[in-house]
Ligand binder design. Structure first.
Ligand code: BG6
Length: 566
């Protein structure tokens, strides 16, 4: 076992995907941090945490003296843990190019404790380990716990940490600190979330608790605030006077993969809506905060959650749709239905798709529908927010069937092809006046020459620096559960109206989800072209319908008679 406590200098990395842009670079923390991961042999540690820590190492932003202590039930020694993490890192698409020298220096500071989360001996071993790493009563060292286990262990682990004296009190300036990051789902429903908050607060004070929702760490999600509040032209139109409705989509091509057991308990409403989708909605709908950090922005987001009009159980058909995928074809491959997945009940009524219509009852948004949807095994992996503006009040153009008079759309692409686009009508070049829809695109990759990092780097650093702005507060988590509670109850007690499975893999979900919008005279925006990384930011001839570029194609043998609108 490696008991060396001297900071190990990190060699220069091979390449840096976690970008440090000019003066925006965050300074490296100079204090020692002990990062203790519960559930270290699990999926999250392999796929997200270790790659994010490695990316931070390569970017020179991990504290100079950073220790990882894995804690899990799977028997492993330090060497086996390091080896497993190295393999995971090398397989990870989101990680900086593997550099053996950087990794060797990083892994020297990794150790592993094989232990049961409920038994006392693991916590005693952890105390010993921290002592070996220089922890004393006067200088306990900074401790960042990460709960990446099954959520059913959260309350017990927190309780054991307290009972074994592993949690120091809330720190004052200059003192060593203890903090805890808790993965989602935080609770299974409102009642269990409240119980978990009570259990956590018995051991940690609220400012030591970092409830993670990785969507909040995504660059593009943080950019919503910048877009809305760092530009004076946006806020005047960001309200019920100009906005017709908002669509928020989080579509995935993947099925439940090997998470069938978890997903059977969770379902899409818990897995995606209680956290990610309601967070996106809060940031889109919030009023301007007084300042970025502190409580201000979190208060404004909580205001949105408080203002969501409660779901009316009597009018559920006009509010919510649930679905479950059957077999189908995704990305050219035949895939099984949800009920055939490993760990799933062959008669399961767990939903893998949800569409919801919500209203925010306040001055800014009264009567503006927010349509939210998320599903697995849809045709594309895409998370985006579409703001559809109202139609112009008066039209004086002589419109023909070829003209395209559509409402303006502002599309905020969270992932992939991260960026923002605005669709608007433009005059087709030529002697007559005809209108086509064109799109003005901003692409992160082109503008900043970087692909936005995964969210975990930002969130891990924030927790180490003691900045909770991008984490969920106890009240916000409970408010989000409150918003979906009526649906959870009714769906638990009733069978789906349309028997499951009710949509094929590779389609955009159940037909009832289309009907949800059609009833309001609207439709989902499924295929808005976005810039790809190689296209320069410009007004591109991306159109809904026939391309504007047809006129240019005349030189390729087209006759004038084929030109649109002429
Ligand atoms: C997780 C859900 O929180 O988010 C998963 O548990 C889902 O089911 C994932 O696949 C989606 O995250 P992202 O960042 O890929 O959109």
């Amino acid at each position: 076992m490696d008991t060396n406590t001297t900071p190990q200098p990190m060699p220069a990395p091979a390449s840096i995907p976690y970008p440090q842009t000019g003066t925006a670079a965050r300074p490296q923390l100079s204090e020692r941090v002990n990062f203790i991961v519960f559930g270290a042999s699990g999926d999250l540690t392999h796929r997200k945490l270790i790659p994010a820590l490695y990316n931070l190492t390569c970017a020179g932003m991990l504290p100079t003296d950073f220790r990882v202590i894995g804690f899990a039930f799977t028997p492993m020694d330090d060497a086996a843990f390091r080896e497993e993490m190295r393999k995971a890192l090398q397989e990870c698409q989101e990680a900086t190019k593997y550099d053996p020298k950087v990794w060797e220096a990083f892994e020297r500071n990794m150790s592993y404790i094989t232990a049961d989360f409920l038994a006392p001996d693991g916590y005693e071993k952890l105390k010993e380990k921290l002592k070996e790493l220089g922890s004393t009563e006067e200088q306990p060292g900074n401790r960042l716990f990460y709960l990446a286990t099954s959520p059913s262990f959260y309350a017990d682990i927190v309780d054991r940490l307290g009972a074994h004296g592993l949690v120091t009190p809330s720190a004052k300036q200059g003192e060593n600190w203890t903090r805890i990051i808790i993965e989602k789902p935080f609770g299974h429903d409102l009642d269990s979330a409240q119980q978990l908050n009570i259990a956590v607060h018995k051991v940690f004070s609220e400012e030591q608790v970092y409830r993670i929702d990785h969507y909040l760490g995504k660059e593009t999600v943080q950019n919503i605030m910048a877009f809305r509040f760092a530009n004076s032209i946006i806020d005047p139109i960001w309200n019920r006077r100009y906005v017709d409705h908002v669509q928020i989509t989080a579509a995935e091509t993947l099925g439940v993969e090997h998470r069938g057991k978890y997903y059977e308990e969770a379902g899409c409403l818990r897995d995606m809506f209680q956290n990610h989708l309601l967070q996106l909605m809060s940031i889109i709908a919030m009023d301007p905060p007084v300042r970025y950090g502190g409580t201000s922005a979190r208060d404004r987001k909580a205001d949105v959650l408080k203002s969501i009009v409660p779901i009316n159980p009597e009018a559920l058909a006009e509010t919510a749709v649930r679905g479950q995928y059957g077999p189908g074809v995704v990305d050219g491959e035949n895939v099984p239905g949800y009920r055939e997945e490993e760990g799933v009940n062959p008669n399961s009524n767990t939903e893998t798709y949800v569409a919801l219509k919500l209203f925010v009852d306040n001055w800014r948004w009264a009567d503006v529908p927010f349509y939210l949807r998320s599903g697995k095994r849809l045709p594309h992996k895409v998370t985006e927010i579409v703001i559809q503006f109202k139609r112009v009040p008066h039209l004086f153009f002589h419109l023909t069937p070829e003209d395209q008079m559509e409402p303006n759309l502002l599309v905020i692409r969270i992932q992939p092809d991260e960026g923002i686009s605005l669709r608007f009508g433009a005059k087709v070049p030529g002697p007559e006046v005809h209108i086509r829809q064109v799109q003005m695109n901003f692409s992160y990759a082109d503008a900043f020459k970087v692909v936005p990092s995964t969210a975990y780097e930002t969130l891990l650093l924030d927790a180490m620096e003691g900045d909770p702005s991008l984490f969920n507060r106890a009240d916000a988590v409970e408010l989000a559960w409150t918003a979906i509670a009526p649906l959870l109850d009714i769906w638990k007690a009733t069978k789906p109206f349309q028997p499951f499975p009710n949509y094929g893999s590779g389609t955009w979900g159940p037909s009832a989800a289309d009907a949800l919008l059609a009833r309001d005279g609207r439709s989902w925006h499924n295929n808005i072209a976005m810039p790809v990384a190689t296209i320069k930011p410009e007004v591109a001839p991306c159109v809904a319908g026939e391309p504007v570029g047809v006129r240019r194609a005349a030189s390729d043998g087209e006759t004038d008679g084929n030109k649109p609108g002429i």
